[in-house]
Design a protein around this ligand. Structure first.
Ligand SMILES: [Fe+2]
Length: 307
């Protein structure tokens, strides 16, 4: 049984590099419907879509894409167990300096590079929550849902995450030749079908990240509203067989793909169903038989990953 001696709570936040921080803040607030938790011009913007202090953190950078993904663990003890575990696996990590952890509203956090792809990952515990409930504006956002990354060393990355680091496969899509391949994984014991997906690719980079919405109407309304507001829809609305969720993928001002997702399958901790191996057929990727348009999952340089 693949396992790790610590428990995940969830995907905590994603740090994103952007070309123009001001433009990004305006877009994610006025078009996506997130709320600014803190914005220091030219430095950082923390934005939320739920009770967490932030779910996305934006940083100005030369190349737009992903800076790191951060997973929240259930407790400080779990973080200590993760530190010991990484040490025993021979994976070096760094402690996030106390001042930076405070800025992120975390008690403690560490960072390391995922073996194989080298994608930066952060683990943290003791996150501060917002006192005031999130008030939806443009869409009924519930929470940060998941991130999907493209990886060159699929087999190494996949094996490490699932055999050594506690991720459980929920579904796997693969053709006979293993040319098209994507694995959807949940961060055990978090119930959501996937918090992290990895796709076989010729580059290590971001594919997309997703915000969960409350109503199917948020998807339908977004499909009409987003293109009018400068956010091209590049795939959907449609429904994935793997998670059962209804999706709408669109582009932010840097061309990064983000997703509104509705209705994801949840897994029991004690009696989860077995992972399925699915074929990468049109009707599997989208039960409604749509196809991705130009720009889908294209922009997403991964800072600090193996290139
Ligand atoms: Fe997705």
């Amino acid at each position: 049984m693949p396992d790790a001696p610590f428990r995940y709570k969830k995907l905590g936040y994603v740090a994103i590099n952007v070309a123009d921080l001001e433009r990004t803040v305006t877009f994610y607030r006025d078009v996506v419907g997130m709320e600014v938790s803190e914005y220091r011009k030219g430095e950082v913007a923390y934005m939320r879509c739920g009770d967490d202090y932030h779910s996305l953190a934006f940083f100005p950078a030369a190349q737009p894409g992903v800076k790191r993904m951060a997973f929240e663990l259930e407790s400080d003890e779990d973080l200590e167990a993760a530190r010991r575990h990484l040490k025993s696996l021979g994976v070096s990590y760094t402690a996030v300096p106390a001042a930076e952890a405070r800025d992120l509203r975390h008690r403690e956090s560490i960072r390391f590079n995922i073996p194989g792809c080298g994608m930066p990952m952060e683990l943290f515990s003791g996150a501060e929550r917002q006192v005031k409930p999130f008030a939806p504006t443009r869409a009924n956002l519930l929470r940060l849902g998941h991130i999907v990354i493209k990886v060159k060393e699929f087999d190494t990355t996949f094996a490490w995450l699932t055999d050594k680091f506690g991720f459980r496969v929920s579904d796997h899509i693969r053709d006979d030749k293993h040319e098209n391949e994507i694995a959807f994984m949940r961060c055990y014991p978090n119930p959501y079908h996937h918090s992290l997906g990895i796709a076989r690719s010729d580059a290590n980079q971001l594919h997309h990240y997703a915000l969960m919405v409350r109503d199917l109407d948020d998807i339908g309304r977004g499909n009409n509203r987003l293109p009018r507001e400068g956010a091209p829809v590049v795939f959907g609305p449609g429904r994935h067989v793997a998670s059962g969720s209804v999706f709408l993928y669109f582009l932010d001002p840097d061309g990064i793909t983000l997703e509104y997702t509705h209705g994801m399958e949840e897994f029991s901790e004690r009696t989860p169903r077995a992972a399925r191996m699915l074929e990468p057929k049109l009707e599997v990727v989208d039960m409604w038989l749509g196809t991705p348009r130009a720009g889908f999952g294209r922009v997403g340089y991964a800072e600090g990953a193996n290139h």
